[in-house]
Design a binder for this molecule. Structure first.
Ligand code: FES
Length: 125
């Protein structure tokens, strides 16, 4: 089996993944669904990380290619079960970076340089 070529970072920091900030989101279920999808999807690794920086977009997910200098995709407001399932289905279907679900791309954002550097440190730890 080939090693994963895509990594999905699921933020579980001070805002993402907390009932305090998002009381109507089942964060445990979200994590279970995405981690399970990663274990079934042959091309993708899913892992949780601490605060990535852009908390106003929580819950934040970063999708990044592994082993290449390809661009990271930042997606915010992954707070509902349908959006979580959409991301999980994409992971299980092979995580084609050119074919991210439209409903997730609607909340795609560009993180500034300091945020991207912070996220890179988190991803490396
Ligand atoms: S807690 Fe997720 S970006 Fe800060």
């Amino acid at each position: 089996m080939d090693p994963p070529h895509v990594e999905v970072l699921l933020c579980r920091g001070c805002c993402c993944g907390t009932a305090r900030k998002h009381p109507n989101t089942d964060h445990e279920q979200q994590e279970q669904i995405l981690v399970a999808a990663g274990s079934r999807g042959p091309t993708t690794r899913v892992r949780t990380v601490g605060c990535l920086g852009p908390c106003s977009h929580s819950n934040v997910v970063v999708i990044r290619p592994i082993g290449t200098a390809g661009q990271r995709t930042w997606i915010g407001r992954v707070n509902t079960l349908p959006r979580t399932r959409s991301l999980a289905a994409w992971i299980e279907a092979g995580a084609d970076l050119e074919d991210l679900p439209e409903e997730l791309l609607r909340d795609r954002f560009v993180a500034d340089l300091a945020i991207r550097q912070q996220a890179a440190r988190r991803a490396a730890s």
